[in-house]
Design a protein around this ligand. Structure first.
Ligand SMILES: Cc1ncc(COP(=O)(O)O)c(C=O)c1O
Length: 373
């Protein structure tokens, strides 16, 4: 059997990782400014993470959601404390798309409405509701088209209010910082305006923090720069440092009903052990502060480089937009300088390194980029 060929792959096989470094099957070492797409939060193969996951799998890898799993409660307590959302409830699943799927469903169960407001350039996943609120018709199949969605531009609060006034909007979903859309930061005043409108018109405000959350931007959640509190927050990617896991943080306005949401694998013992280890390491190594410091350094140094049209982002979520298409720059950075990055569109390189990136490693990344430009 062959693999279903949907990924354009680099001809590289990564076989080992440690901290912010990875190695390929030929023994080449790379600096990882991509973190496997913002997934590696506490660094590859962090010893405390490896120990916690190993210990758990030796004891019990999985049992179903039909019995008590106190590890889930431990994740909820630690996450509530670390994020400032102690009073919210947690529902655990396996991916980012599933987190958004459940968030949109919960909002609709809550107010009985159907239409969703999303934003231009948004990305929220590939399952049915999550892909429907994604602004990319190429990945929306006819079977996904049923749910009514309106895509609006950033910064147009009047347009949002115009849609809310029609009375049929269930929820509004927005990324803390748009990732796939090119690291677009919603202005704080825009988020504050959305919060106010959602409250006034009883529309559920969903913040997708799947890429921008978990400390990446220098605060636990990117929306915390705006000082707002959404009704629902979705997380995934960095939550378990590579173990598939997602979560929905749910405000006390929502009342749970048995059977309303559910999953076989979500919140399993192994995933919870990984998630607990991540939160412990983040606290012990002060990784949110590190993301802020090392991110500021990178921004300052990148601003001095030639050919850059725009720099966007916060902390260790950075978009570097070049005047020219970035394909050649990115390939040279990877194959000649051995540095992994991501892209967002034809002109923007995306930096999403592990939150453990040191100043020394950031300096090395800049020096290597200078060799390319
Ligand atoms: C903002 C955002 N939401 C949702 C998703 C979907 O997450 P997953 O691929 O885990 O389903 C992603 C993935 O890139 C994302 O960046």
């Amino acid at each position: 059997m062959n693999l279903f060929d949907v990924y354009p792959l680099f001809n590289i096989e990564i076989v080992k990782g440690l901290g912010c470094r990875v190695w390929d099957s030929e023994g080449n070492e790379y600096l990882d400014l991509y973190g496997g797409h913002a997934v590696i939060s506490v660094g590859h193969s962090h010893p405390a993470y490896v120990e916690a996951v190993t210990k758990q799998v030796n004891q019990l890898g999985f049992y179903s959601n039909s019995v008590i799993n106190s590890l889930q409660q431990k994740v909820a307590e630690k996450l509530g404390k670390a994020s400032g959302y102690d009073d919210y409830a947690l529902f655990l699943i396996n991916t980012g798309a599933e987190a958004n799927e459940n968030a949109l469903k919960l909002a609709s169960f809550h107010n009985g409405k159907r239409r969703v407001i999303s934003f231009k350039k948004s990305f929220h996943g590939r399952t049915s509701a999550a892909v429907r609120v994604t602004d990319n018709p190429a990945i929306i199949a006819p079977v996904n088209e049923g749910m009514p969605v309106t895509y609006l531009p950033f910064n147009d609060l009047a347009a949002v209010e115009g849609e809310f006034k029609k009375g049929d909007v269930s929820s509004l979903i927005i990324e803390g910082i748009q990732g796939v859309g090119g690291i677009q930061v919603p202005p704080d005043t825009f988020l504050q305006g959305l919060r106010e409108l959602c409250t006034r018109y009883k529309v559920v405000l969903i913040l997708d923090e799947i890429q921008s959350g978990y400390g990446r931007t220098g605060k636990f959640f990117a929306h915390q720069y705006a000082g707002i509190r959404p009704d629902i927050i979705t997380v995934a990617k960095g939550i378990a440092n590579g173990f598939p896991m997602g979560g929905v943080l749910i405000s006390p306005i929502f009342k749970p009903v048995y059977g309303m949401l559910g999953t076989t694998f979500g919140g399993n013992h192994l995933a919870c052990a990984a998630a607990i280890a991540v939160l412990d390491i983040m606290e012990e190594e002060q990784l949110i502060a590190n993301a802020a410091n090392v991110g500021s350094y990178l921004m300052e140094e990148l601003a001095k480089l030639p050919g850059i049209k725009d720099l966007r982002g916060r902390g260790l979520m950075i978009g570097v937009e070049f005047e020219e298409p970035v394909k050649e720059i990115r390939n040279k950075y990877l194959f000649d300088q051995k540095v992994f990055t991501g892209v967002a569109g034809a002109h923007t390189i995306r930096l999403l390194p592990p939150l453990t990136l040191t100043l020394e490693e950031a300096k090395e990344a800049i020096t290597r980029l200078k060799h390319v430009l």
